[in-house]
Design a protein around this ligand. Structure first.
Ligand SMILES: [Zn+2]
Length: 308
């Protein structure tokens, strides 16, 4: 009797912990027929299949428009399952806002089910350029969970710095932000007052500045976003929010990196002393990943402004 009780308890515990670990994406409504799928705030790992980002989709009479496709085939399947809970319409179009793994490595999965894969021209070029590096990095921690993932850069390419498309009766405008990765873009639904920012806006967690990111472009793009005054923001990472929150968590941080750290670099202040001086920032330190990323972010911003 006692033994079987222990067995039952330990079995229950295993089932419960397996469920707690694996991230299951879920759709949440933004406005009528527009949804967000908000990923976890931590770093990429096995449990989130590398998809620690926020995605979105729009249900039209003619099918679903998906904004970004996840970091792997398995990640894409999970996104498809979240969409299937809301509508039985197929994903007919995928728009990529960027070239970081979680923005596009699920493209092949949706393309093989008949979706058209759309992006700005330079977004697709950066996807092709970074594909090998991203696959190698993901293989390092996803292992067999990356099986079946084939990097497919977007195939329907949009010219110009800004381009509008009509899909299923929805008007969408893409525009380069060139922030986190070269060729990053936002997707703006002017009639709905909804902005999918891609990796321009992170909320609840600190944004990341990578060696190929541009703080100058980020600052400029955020001010251009502000001028559109979107009512609903679906950020690249973190939960759906309003403009004030996007500004608090990302816009003001881009301004800080450019106006304070960038200026220190241009004034030829010493790097180490500058990083030490601004290590503790009460207005941003509540953001997830702050202690891991803030110093490296400042360092890269410094280098960008020092070079120019
Ligand atoms: Zn990202």
């Amino acid at each position: 009797m006692f033994k079987s009780f222990v067995l039952v308890v330990s079995t229950l515990f295993c089932v419960a912990s397996a469920h707690a670990a694996e991230f299951v994406p879920k759709a949440e409504s933004v406005v009528d027929n527009v949804y967000a799928i908000v990923g976890p705030l931590g770093q990429r790992n096995q449990d989130n299949d590398g998809s620690n980002a926020t995605f979105g989709f729009i249900v039209t009479a003619q099918g679903v428009i998906l904004i970004d496709s996840g970091a792997s085939k398995l990640g894409a399947e999970k996104i498809a399952a979240a969409i299937a809970k809301v509508t039985d319409k197929p994903v007919r179009w995928v728009i990529n806002t960027g070239s970081q793994d979680h923005r596009w490595l699920g493209n092949d999965y949706f393309a093989s089910r008949g979706a058209q894969i759309i992006a700005m021209k330079r977004t697709a070029a950066t996807q092709a350029e970074f594909a090998g590096q991203h696959m190698q990095m993901l293989a390092g921690f996803l292992g067999a969970r990356l099986d079946g993932t084939l990097p497919l850069p977007a195939t329907t390419l949009l010219d110009g710095n800004e381009a509008s498309v009509e899909l299923g009766g929805e008007s969408l405008t893409l525009r380069y932000t060139d922030t986190h990765f070269p060729g990053d873009a936002w997707v703006w639904l002017p009639k709905r007052n909804v902005m999918f920012t891609g990796d321009l806006v992170y909320v609840d967690r600190i944004l990341g500045v990578l060696p190929w990111s541009s703080v100058k472009n980020g600052k400029k793009a955020f001010h251009a976003l502000e001028a559109l005054n979107p009512k609903h923001i679906v950020p690249g990472h973190g939960g759906v929010c309003d403009l004030a929150k996007a500004k608090r968590d990302s816009g003001n941080y881009e301004d800080f990196l450019a106006d304070v750290i960038g200026k220190a670099a241009q004034d030829m202040e010493p790097l180490d002393a500058t990083l030490n001086k601004y290590a503790d920032l009460p207005q941003f330190k509540h953001l997830h990943n702050f202690s891991d990323m803030h110093r490296a972010n400042m360092n890269r911003a410094f280098v960008e402004f020092e070079a120019n």
